[in-house]
Every structure is written in structure tokens, then in C-alpha cells.
Design a protein around this ligand. Structure first.
Ligand SMILES: Nc1ncnc2c1ncn2[C@@H]1O[C@H](COP(=O)(O)OP(=O)(O)OP(=O)(O)O)[C@@H](O)[C@H]1O
Length: 320
């Protein structure tokens, strides 16, 4: 993607009067994803991730810029995307009336598989994701996480060389999440599948992605490996302190920590050099400070810290 610009027109109210400003949802985005890479788009709500993947999947035409997918010019030929990639959007609407098995099989047929091959693929994918017991149930009768898993199954059918997945594991329990990541990893290892993944979950981003672009208000504010991005924030560690009640500010050691703390209710979050963090932990885990403490955690930097260090607004990234 080179120089992508996409502006949504201002919403129109009654008598077609415009009721706000146009939204610049992609503001000159340059991203190059290598074959076989698991590439992430990370950013808070409204950062422009979905807008970007809808352009990449040929569903939305950019105002300016170019998109090259496996040698195809997608701005000139947006329909070619449908033959090259599998897209898992945020909604499952079109499949809701079908059973899990039929959704997978029909998708296989739509992607050009012969009937017998589509049935084989259906069985293999449902088995791989542990969906066998739900095969006969319509999607609309499943729980949110189960429905999402069924949608992932349809995305994986017929082995497209590029997978574009918008928040694939939303609402899933840990077992389902692991099954999804294992299935994606297997496709990359066995077929060199390229994956573009939208997420606002920083932990997920750190564990599965080769590289990640951090988006904010339509712009890429950083792009590197998770390790490379974390090096940007140096070796500071994060100390979270949760007080039972009021923080015991009458203790000089606690009062000294306050100016550097970001406070959210009873929680203080501090970013400190390792030496200083160790000393602070010693201070708050002894004597009366410890009696006032409900919980504490010491952690190395996450992509959330990177996002904040880059000037992100700090809301909307998920840390679980
Ligand atoms: N159809 C639309 N018309 C007008 N504005 C839109 C439209 N779709 C998205 N926007 C706006 O464009 C911006 C980017 O939205 P987008 O859905 O791409 O964000 P996102 O990063 O995918 O967010 P989320 O994490 O909530 O899915 C937002 O400000 C949003 O309000």
C-alpha cells in the first residue's frame, strides 16, 4: 500500500445539511507486507484499521494511492482481491442462517472447489478448530465466540495465499484462541500464507505478530517488529500499584512515588528504570505500605507502553 488516502464525507443530517467534518480515515498510509509474514495493524478504536483492510480487500476505493497485491493493481482491479485473499470482517451477517458445516462448505464452493474437495476441506477445518460438535448448528444460534470461530473456519477454507483477519479472536475463550493461532501458524509454515491481522489487543499482538504497524488517526506512527518497537521505550519497566483504600501518602516513600504515577482510581501506574523499580517494590512491600497495598505487578514494556511513548491517546488498547 503506497500513499493511501481515504476521506469519509461529512455525515448529512436532515435537509442534507452536513452535520460534522469529513473524516480522514487513511492519511497517507505506506505499508509493505512480505510474503509469509504475520503482519499486524494495531491501534485504538477509530484509528483507521478497518478502513485500511477494506481498501486492501477491494471493498473500498481509496481516494489516492496504490495497492499492489501479489502483482495485481487493486485500485484498478478491486475484484481481483476476492480471488486472492480471504477476508474475515467484523460481522458475520451473510452466513448467519447457515449451519457451521454449510457455511464452510459453501465458502469452499464459492472459492472454486469441487463438491468433494469442499466437503473434505470443511471436515478438516472444523476438526482443526474443534468445531465438530457444532457443525449442524446455524450460526445465529451460537454464542458470540463460537460464531466468531465458525467465521474463522470459513476464512481458512480453500487455502487462500493471503488472509486478512479483522479482530479474529474477539470474544473467544483461550482454548479457541489457541486453536486459531495454531491454525494460522500451520498455514504459514506449510503454505507460506501471508496474514494481515487487525487487533487492539496488545498481548496478542506481541505473541503472534512478526511485524506491526501502529495506527493513530489514519496515520502509521510506527512500524517494526514487536521487539524493535519495544526498544523505542528503552528499558523502563512498568510498576502497577493498587491500594486497598487511599494511598498512604503519610509515608515518605509512597509520597515520593506519587509525582511520577498515572492514577486511575486506586491504581497507580509508574514507568521507572529497573533499579528504581526494584527499590520502589522493596519500599512498598514492607511495613505499613504493604498493609495498604491490595496488589502490585512489575512488568517489562508492552506495545501499549510503546503506543503511549509514541504519543498515543492511551485509550482503547486491550491488555488481556
Ligand atoms: N462509513 C463511514 N462513514 C463515515 N465515517 C466512517 C465510516 N467508517 C468509519 N468511519 C470513521 O473513520 C475512522 C476510522 O474508522 P475505522 O473503522 O477504520 O477504525 P478502526 O481502527 O477499525 O476502529 P475499531 O477498532 O473500532 O474497529 C473513524 O473516525 C470512524 O468514525
Amino acid at each position: 500500500m503506497r500513499g493511501l488516502v481515504k476521506t469519509y464525507p461529512a455525515p448529512r443530517g436532515r435537509r442534507r445539511r452536513s452535520t460534522g467534518a469529513p473524516v480522514l480515515a487513511s492519511d497517507g498510509v505506506d505499508i509493505e507486507v512480505a510474503a509469509g509474514e504475520i503482519f499486524g495493524l494495531l491501534g485504538p478504536n477509530g484509528a483507521g484499521k478497518t478502513t485500511l483492510v477494506r481498501q486492501l480487500t477491494g471493498l473500498l476505493r481509496p481516494d489516492r494511492g496504490s495497492i499492489d497485491l501479489l502483482g495485481h493493481d487493486l485500485v484498478r482491479h478491486p475484484r481481483r482481491a476476492a480471488r486472492l485473499l480471504a477476508y474475515l470482517g467484523q460481522e458475520s451477517g451473510a452466513l448467519d442462517e447457515l449451519t457451521v458445516a454449510l457455511a464452510a462448505e459453501t465458502t469452499g464452493r464459492l472459492r472454486g472447489l469441487e463438491p468433494a474437495a469442499a466437503r473434505r476441506e470443511r471436515d478438516a477445518v472444523l476438526d482443526e478448530l474443534g468445531l465438530g460438535p457444532l457443525a449442524g448448528r446455524p450460526l445465529k444460534q451460537l454464542s458470540g465466540g463460537q460464531r466468531r470461530l465458525a467465521c474463522v473456519a470459513t476464512a481458512l477454507v480453500a487455502g487462500r495465499p493471503v488472509l486478512v483477519l479483522d479482530e479474529p479472536t474477539t470474544g473467544m475463550d483461550p482454548v479457541a484462541r489457541r486453536a486459531v493461532w495454531a491454525a494460522i501458524d500451520r498455514r504459514r509454515a506449510e503454505h507460506g500464507t501471508t496474514v494481515v491481522l487487525v487487533t487492539h489487543n496488545v498481548i496478542e499482538a506481541e505473541t503472534v505478530l512478526d511485524r506491526v504497524a501502529v495506527l493513530e488517526t489514519g496515520r502509521v506512527i510506527a512500524c517494526d517488529t514487536p521487539g524493535g518497537l519495544k526498544a523505542l521505550v528503552g528499558d523502563e519497566v512498568r510498576l502497577d500499584l493498587v491500594w486497598r483504600d487511599e494511598a498512604p501518602l503519610w509515608l515518605p516513600a509512597v509520597a515520593a512515588l506519587r509525582p511520577g504515577a498515572v492514577e486511575a482510581g486506586r491504581r497507580w501506574t509508574l514507568r521507572l528504570p529497573p533499579e528504581r523499580a526494584r527499590a520502589a517494590v522493596t519500599e512498598v512491600t514492607t511495613g505499613p505500605a504493604f498493609a495498604a497495598l491490595d496488589d502490585f505487578t512489575l512488568a517489562t514494556p508492552t506495545l501499549e507502553d510503546v503506543y503511549l511513548a509514541l504519543g498515543g491517546q492511551g485509550e482503547g488498547l486491550v491488555r488481556a
